[in-house]
Design a protein around this ligand. Structure first.
Ligand code: GDG
Length: 494
């Protein structure tokens, strides 16, 4: 945190993302403030608290524009304002085309290997371009200097870096891509591949979670752009501008907010058992995800089914609690995925459920948003946490579970297709498509001796403590600072 304060003192810092870090909504006479379920917000919020800047975001959750107009530009967090949000308002058509359409039906499945076909409509693309322009205008309007540091977040804003550069050539634009970058063959199907790449190459620094994603990006540029690629230094020169492509693995706040760890683990376990009508000694695994087809929730349920087939001694003695936050629900693919998740839970529960006896069900599906305190209670109470993403840039749930376990107990089962798997080899690493392997991992987790749990958890906690979210942002900002210093020296002939 000290580095962040030091690095950013006096600088003009602007974060731009689609997602707003706080949602202001009217409840009767009151304005209620909520935090959305998003990895991006979880990661950036502590950074913005540490440096007072401006966060420009689409006022998506703050739906009632008339009512929240006075929250157009508002200090947050509400209890102790540390930075401000500037909202960009979009029409329903713009939101449908830019956000649901091009970003989430096009780029999201394009970048994740989840075998869902991307949909590219030229009308969505037109909105995507127009909305990126709208964000660019807002950045220019909010900048206090001619050379701000602008942190552009994610695949919704791929065109923004070049647009900002055009208006403010001296700005330092750091773009972070929170999702994977695919190989050139996969990316090639995007009809606007050149425009997307050119847009991103307006960045001074372009960050991904893993070196593998950096390699894929540079290979893609090499294949499709008239650009000079320097593989030794991992820089790309395009249109007279050089972009450094770097790996910055994202992480979580450390130490975690003490309020999230205040309730003793035993108390969390007792409360969660009472809440779910589990008898004493009942064991459970936790899954926490947005209800997204990339997260492998169906594969996780199948693993539970297989566990109960292979190890019937767990029937009635083990449950998976799946916290599934609703997301992008107006998209067909998401509606059909939710229906499949609900149907599979019912089928497995019918197969291994009560059968006349009053036993807990194997799958407890909670399709609703939980507050962060509840999510942490589940993490602290669970015997294990199962992250089974089919493909995931990083996955913060894995790191949050580790951060939550100050008792050094609990087992993490982690998909090999997450960025997190590269940093947490002490987890039980699984292929979510391999149901037998996942079922075996669940059995192993439930029978793992305490000493082994402690050894693994201690190593993972050491990693997350050191490579926390401040390190993620700090390294990006240090790289930006040295870049700014170098260009200053060149300008002044120093
Ligand atoms: C993208 C990338 C990358 C979930 N349900 C609830 C809730 N959550 C919180 C979790 C966690 C966050 O949402 C999810 O973060 P992930 O990293 O797992 O996934 P994405 O949202 O897909 O994030 C991902 C991330 O960006 C950061 O770069 O790691 O790879 O896909 O913090 O706890 N939080 C609350 N209630 C819920 O019901 N409060």
């Amino acid at each position: 945190r000290a580095i962040l304060h030091g690095e950013l003192r006096g600088d003009d810092v602007i974060v731009v993302s689609n997602r707003e870090p706080y949602i202001h909504q009217r409840r009767g006479e009151r304005i209620e403030v909520q935090q959305p379920a998003s990895g991006l917000v979880t990661a950036l919020e502590p950074i913005m608290r540490a440096c007072s800047g401006t966060w420009i975001a689409h006022g998506s959750g703050s739906a009632d524009r008339e009512v929240v107009d006075r929250h157009d530009c508002v200090g947050v967090p509400p209890e102790n304002p540390a930075y401000k949000i500037r909202r960009v308002w979009l029409s329903a058509e713009e939101e449908a085309g830019y956000y649901y359409g091009f970003a989430n039906e096009g780029l999201w499945p394009l970048c994740h290997i989840a075998h869902v076909r991307p949909i590219f409509r030229s009308s969505d693309w037109a909105h995507y371009v127009a909305v990126n322009r709208k964000f660019a205008r807002s950045v220019v309007a909010e900048a206090r200097t001619k050379n701000p540091i602008v942190l552009v977040q994610d695949y919704h804003l791929a065109l923004l870096p070049r647009m900002i550069r055009k208006e403010m050539p001296e700005a330092t634009v750091i773009t972070f891509w929170h999702i994977p970058w695919p190989n050139p063959e996969s990316f090639a199907i995007c009809p606007w591949r050149q425009e997307i790449l050119a847009g991103m190459l307006g960045s001074s620094i372009l960050g991904f979670h893993t070196q593998f994603h950096c390699n894929n990006f540079v290979d893609t540029v090499d294949r499709f752009m008239e650009a000079r690629v320097d593989r030794e230094n991992f820089t790309v020169s395009f249109g007279g501008k050089s972009t450094a492509v770097r790996r910055y693995p994202i992480s979580v706040d450390w130490p975690p907010d003490p309020a999230l760890l205040a309730k003793p683990v035993e108390q969390c376990a007792a409360d969660m058992r009472a809440l779910n009508n589990f008898p004493a000694g009942h064991r459970f695994c936790i899954g926490v995800d947005r209800l997204d087809y990339t997260k492998g929730i169906l594969e996780r349920f199948r693993a539970v089914e297989r566990l109960l087939e292979l190890n019937p001694e767990w029937i009635g003695k083990f449950s998976l609690i799946q916290v599934a936050a609703p997301t992008r629900s107006s998209i067909d693919e998401y509606q059909s995925h939710e229906a499949q998740v609900r149907a599979l839970a019912i089928r497995i529960n019918e197969r291994f459920g009560r059968g006349g006896r009053d036993l807990p069900l194997p799958i407890v599906l909670k399709v609703e948003h939980h507050d962060a305190g509840q999510v942490y209670e589940y993490y602290r109470a669970a015997d294990c946490c199962f992250v089974s993403s089919l493909h995931d840039g990083m996955n913060l749930v894995a790191k949050e579970f580790v951060a939550a376990r100050d008792d050094e107990r609990g087992v993490l089962i982690l998909s090999q297709f997450t960025g997190a798997a590269r940093e947490l080899p002490e987890a039980l690493i699984v292929n979510p498509y391999d149901t037998d392997q996942c079922a075996a991992a669940l059995h192993l987790a439930l029978t793992m001796p305490v000493d082994e749990q402690r050894n693994r958890m201690r190593l993972m906690r050491g990693l997350v403590a050191e490579f926390n979210v401040y390190r993620w942002a700090g390294r990006m900002l240090l790289d930006a600072a040295s870049m700014r210093q170098r260009s200053h020296l060149v300008e002044t002939g120093g």
